[in-house]
Design a protein. Structure first.
Length: 268
């Protein structure tokens, strides 16, 4: 479900942690580093090459915040154009990177090659009501729109903002050795780690951790979908559970290929 890393000023990246995150999220890798009145960005499909490039540039430009992102594609094709970070409203002075699955309004329409995050950067978070990111009310508005499971980092050199780095839903991530990670994919392993990355805080319906049925992807404690919290209704089409290769208990096919995906056995 992607891994997003935020480095405050003068913090160097843990390249092992970034490589661990890239193993689980290998649909493209990108970075941004604030340097004076500009932002250095880079991206690519080869994780090792992008991590090495980021580490080298960060060593040369350590005095302001930086971010690194490894993508797990949920919306939009796996292309360099959909690798984070993205400029907000096309303004290269302010960029964002995101971890999670954004609300339906950000999902690309048929024929739109953008990812949900790219749509949000282009069309949603560029709206006037979201632009005053230094104000508490605006930050609360953005976090309300994101929901509890989405995390967002914005870096900016726009002089209207007093700071260069802004974290949204910071409490949903993890500080480790003065770096912030959006989930625990940065660890080589962690207790209860399964293919269900992104559930570090437990089922989104009942809160129980480490209780996912590997066959159906449902929470064994409450029976709901632990990602979208669907209980007695089918999961929406964007639900992460439908996108990670879970097998249907009836026909054995992956859920994203299964013709009986809305069967009660999957969505009870």
């Amino acid at each position: 479900m992607c891994m997003l890393t935020y480095l405050p000023a003068r913090i160097q990246p843990d390249t092992t942690a970034l490589a661990n995150g890239a193993v689980h999220n290998n649909d493209g890798h990108g970075y941004a580093i604030v340097d004076g009145d500009s932002i250095i960005t880079g991206r690519g499909m080869n994780a090792a090459a992008v991590i090495d490039e980021f580490a080298a540039l960060r060593g040369l430009h350590p005095d302001q915040p930086a971010l690194f992102h490894s993508r797990f594609a949920t919306h939009g094709p796996v292309t360099e154009d959909n690798i984070h970070p993205f400029p907000i409203g096309g303004d290269p002075r302010t960029v964002l990177a995101h971890n999670g699955v954004l609300p339906k309004k950000a999902h690309p329409r048929m024929g739109d090659p953008r990812s949900d995050t790219r749509v949000a950067a282009d069309d949603i978070l560029s709206a006037k009501r979201f632009l005053a990111i230094d104000r508490l009310a605006t930050r609360q508005r953005i976090e309300s729109w994101l929901g509890v499971s989405n995390k967002l980092v914005i870096l900016t050199v726009n002089p209207r903002y007093p700071d260069h780095g802004y974290l949204f839903n910071e409490q949903a991530g993890y500080w480790d050795n003065r770096s912030w990670y959006s989930n625990r994919d940065y660890l080589d392993s962690h207790p209860g780690q399964t293919a269900w990355w992104g559930l570090d805080d437990g089922c989104h319906y009942c809160g129980v951790t480490d209780a996912v049925d590997p066959g159906t992807g449902l929470c064994m404690a409450c029976g709901a979908c632990p990602f979208c919290a669907a209980d007695n209704q089918p999961c929406p089409s964007w639900c992460y559970r439908l996108l990670v290769g879970v097998c249907c208990v009836d026909c054995g096919e992956d859920l994203d290929d299964c013709v009986c995906v809305v069967a009660p056995a999957l969505n009870a």
